[in-house]
Structures are given as C-alpha cells and as structure tokens.
Ligand binder design. Structure first.
Ligand code: ADP
Length: 490
C-alpha cells in the first residue's frame, strides 16, 4: 500500500509463526476458532507513516477528483469482477481471520461486490452535470466533486463488506482515501486494498493504514487535512471521533458519516405464527454469532403465546450446531476475540443473578481453545436490565400484555438506539401502529431482521445508532461529495 508499513504472509493453515512474528515486532493474527493457528501478521503504522499517508493523500486527491466519474466507476466495476472471481479465497480469509461461517463468508463477499457495483452506478448517476432552470441570459448547473481526503474507519464484524462499502463510496465520489480497518481484521482489509490497486486505483489515492483506534485512528481524525470520516463501530467511538473533528482549529468543517450499534428488538403479538417467529428470532439473534449491528437482542412476546414460544425457542436452540466455522454443518462460529468473549461471560454472570435462563446451545466437543460463547437466551422482567449492547449470541425475552403495545415501543425507543426492529404480527393495524411509533432505521415484518440487500434495503439507524445516510441507499454517495453550482452569464 501507499504507506507501505504492512507486509502480508500467505494464509498457511497450520503454520505457527507467532514467535517469529514477535521477534520482528509484528503482531500475529490467530484464528478465533482455535487461538493457536497463526494466519498472518501485521505491523501498526507509526506516526511518521501516518504523516506520510496524509501527505500522499493530499497530493493525490486533485488528480483523482479530475478523473471522470465514469472512469472511477469503471475501476470499481473491474474490482467487483476480480473479487467475484476470487470468492473462495476471500471467504477463506473471513473464516480464518474473523471466524465467519461459510455461509456468512459467501454473503460477505457478495455484499462487497454489490457495494462496488452500486456505488459505481451511483457515481455515474450523481456526477452527471445537472442543468438548473434559471433566468434568460444565464446558465446554471450543479455538479458534484470530491471533498478531499476521506478517512474510512471500519469494524471487524463485516471486515470485507463494510470496509469495501465505505472505501468504494469515498473513492467513487472523488476523494483520496486512507483506510483504517479494525485491529482484528487487518489481513482482510489489506487484501481488499490490494485488489483495488490491482483494479486500477492509484496507490496514493487509496492507502492502507493499520493500527489501533486510540493511536492511528485518533491521529487521523484530529488532523486538519482530513475532510471527512466514514465510521462504523461503537457509539462511544463515534462520539470520540466527533470530538476529535470538532476540536480541530483549522481545516475543513469535516463531515462524519457514522453507523453504530443497536439494542434491537423483535415484537411479536399473539397473532404471530410461532414456528416462523422462532425460526426468524433464531436467525436474527444467532447468525454470525450475534455479531451483527442488526442482530435481535430482545424478543418482546405477547403473553398469550409466550409459554409456547419460549418452549419452542429452547428446543430450537438445542439443535444449533456451534463449532468450527469452516464446516458446512456449523450454524454458529466463535466470537471475534478474548475481549469479546470476556464481555459475554460477564453478561452471563450478571444474567445468572437477575434473569431466568431459557436455554444454552451446546458447543461441539472438538472445540478446546477457540473464543466460543454458546448461544444463550434469558427471560427478563424489563428492558432496563440490559445496560449495554451485548455483541454476541445472547437473546433476551420479555413478555407483554395486549394493552401495553405502545408502551413496549416507547420502552424500545427510550434506549436511544434506533437501528433494526422486527415485527411478527398478522394484524395490519398493529403493524402500522408500531411502524409509525418506532424510532428506528430498518423495520422487518414477518421475516428475520438481519441482512440488507445493497440498493434494495438501504441500511442504517438513527439517534445513538448513527448519523445516516444509509449504506447501500441513494443518499449515501452524495454525502461523500461536495456540490458546485456554476452560474454563467451568457
Ligand atoms: P468495536 O466495539 O466494534 O470494536 P470500536 O468502535 O472500538 O468498535 O472500533 C471500530 C473502529 O474504530 C476500529 O477500526 C477501531 O480501531 C476504531 N477506533 C477505536 N477508537 C477510535 C478512536 N478514538 N478514534 C478513531 N478510531 C477509533
């Protein structure tokens, strides 16, 4: 990459290079499914590397901005074709570095391809010069241009799809980009950047800068040369980035596009079909080991059907296959790392005191060393028992009475998060009522509440869950650009 601080090793299953990596000051990446296999290594950028990357980005941006949008789009489309052809290799990386199951790996690569094509198409559309009506003797046009240097700060839970989506939009809009992936998924981020370079993005236009958030991320966001930040991660980090951008005493008033967490609920009334409800609750809560921003955390079930649903849920959870994400039969793989596991164990200890355990899925005996958390469900008295987003396979069930529907929605709104909401009901008036009242970004009715097809289901939340505009939607790309109005006296 442009900043040149990172060296990759090929993915060699079974190779143990940890000692070697440490001796060279590099950090080893271990497979979350066993915590023993080293799948690669990386080196955090130092402050000189950050400075060099910023200088490169500033110097390269005008040339990229002057490149016709159609040419930028063509490069992204070429990258999509390359990525599609290499799906198995990228899927394998998602499994080895991020613990993704095979079906998650396919979806991840697919979504990255879709983002590349969608933002390419959006660039062609939005960057066309638009003639505006005006008085005679004058011509008025509106056109978009890149803002300048964009920093993309990405999470580990969609290490390819979200990373690629942010970067593709920023590039398509004519910005130079510094991409900082999450500490946990540098190998995938690096491979994505190499692919974009191969497709034709100049190295200085897209630079890869690995490092931890508090040093490299913070150094980038407080730098006045940065015109915008695309961020996906926690609400606290979004606030820290907002403060860093706001605290700058020179440079542009930067734009922040943030997608953050959720405390997502699923509301089921007594007209819901229990089989379908349980199936959708299970996939919403436990797909990707619950490590999706969209995942269902709380199932509000109307009391008339609650006993039946809880019983069926426990039965279905017992069937979940938890284990090696590289096996086709596995439903739930490991969580990302030891810190994530510790937070979930902590939560389970708290729930053991305050809540009733409904079910624990059993983990495969062959799992000894990986960071696995067996999916669990608890019954709670009230939502206030959850004080934070539990980012993993943990579901909570709360019963409600028919007359309390509005109150249920208000309680969910009162968390401040507003990302996804599931509704299971056959009563149109109840569905409409919930849709109208809920302060959330994505609502899914009588289906699971995960997954957002690019260009079809624009995704993103409100309030504590993010700033918008929605990823994969028509307003996302223009936010990465600035507008120029040209008035000519004819
Ligand atoms: P998560 O809880 O999902 O790991 P984080 O918000 O901690 O979410 O991380 C998301 C991304 O934000 C990562 O790439 C991380 O390195 C980065 N990050 C963390 N802290 C900061 C910060 N203070 N400034 C900029 N980026 C940060």
């Amino acid at each position: 990459a442009g900043a040149g601080s990172w060296r990759a090793m090929p993915l060699v299953p079974g190779a143990n290079l940890a000692a070697d990596a440490e001796s060279r000051g590099m950090l080893a990446v271990t497979n979350p499914a066993d915590r023993r296999e080293t799948v690669g290594r990386w080196q955090p950028a130092d402050s000189a590397t950050v400075e060099k990357a910023l200088q490169n980005a500033v110097a390269a941006q005008p040339g990229w901005d002057a490149t016709p949008a159609a040419s930028r789009a063509a490069i992204l489309e070429h990258a999509a074709t390359l990525l599609e052809a290499r799906m198995p290799q990228y899927m394998a990386m998602c499994t080895k570095e991020a613990g993704k199951t095979l079906s998650d790996g396919v979806a991840e690569v697919r979504e990255a391809v879709d983002f590349l094509r969608y933002y390419a198409a959006q660039a062609r559309k939005h960057f066309a010069v638009e003639a505006l009506p005006g008085p005679t003797g004058e011509s008025n046009t509106l056109q978009l241009a890149g803002r300048g240097v964009f920093v993309c700060i990405s999470p580990w839970n969609f290490p390819l799809a979200i990373f690629m989506g942010q970067v593709a939009a920023a590039l398509a809009a004519g910005n130079s980009v510094i991409a900082k992936p999450a500490e946990q998924t540098n190998l995938i981020g690096h491979a994505a950047v190499k692919l974009l370079h191969e497709a034709g993005i100049p190295e200085a236009v897209l630079q890869f800068l690995p490092g931890d958030g508090a040093t490299v991320g913070a150094a980038l966001t407080r730098d006045p040369r940065v015109a915008g930040v695309a961020f996906t991660g926690s609400t606290e980090t979004a606030r820290a980035i907002n403060r860093a951008l706001a605290g700058r005493e020179s440079g542009a008033i930067a734009v922040l596009i943030a997608e953050t967490g959720g405390q997502n609920a699923l509301i089921a009334d007594s007209s819901a079909l229990p089989e379908q409800l349980v199936k959708d609750a299970l996939s919403s809560a436990f797909t990707s080991a619950g490590q999706r921003c969209s995942a269902a955390r709380v199932l509000f079930v109307q009391e008339d059907i609650a006993d039946k649903v809880v019983h069926m849920l426990a039965g279905a959870m017992a069937e979940l296959k938890v284990g090696d994400p590289g096996l086709l039969s596995t439903d739930v793989g490991p969580v990302i790392d030891a810190d994530a596991l510790a937070l979930l164990e902590d939560h389970a200890a708290k729930m053991a005191k305050d809540a009733t355990l409904i079910a624990t899925a059993t983990t495969d005996d062959s799992i000894e060393h990986g960071t696995f958390f067996a999916p669990r469900a608890w019954e709670l008295k009230s939502l206030s028992q959850l004080t934070r987003e539990n980012f993993g396979p943990a579901l909570h069930v709360i019963r409600w009475k028919a007359e309390d529907l509005d109150q249920v929605v208000d309680t969910i709104n009162a968390t401040g998060f507003g990302l996804t909401l599931g509704i299971h009901s056959r009563i149109d008036e109840s569905i409409d009522r919930i849709v109208q009242r809920a302060k959330v970004g994505n609502i899914y009715v009588n289906r699971n509440q995960i997954g957002a097809v690019v260009g079809v289901q624009p995704f993103g939340g409100q309030n504590l869950s993010g700033t918008g505009p929605k990823a994969g939607g028509p307003h996302y790309l223009p936010r990465f650009a600035t507008e120029k109005t040209v008035t000519v006296n004819t």
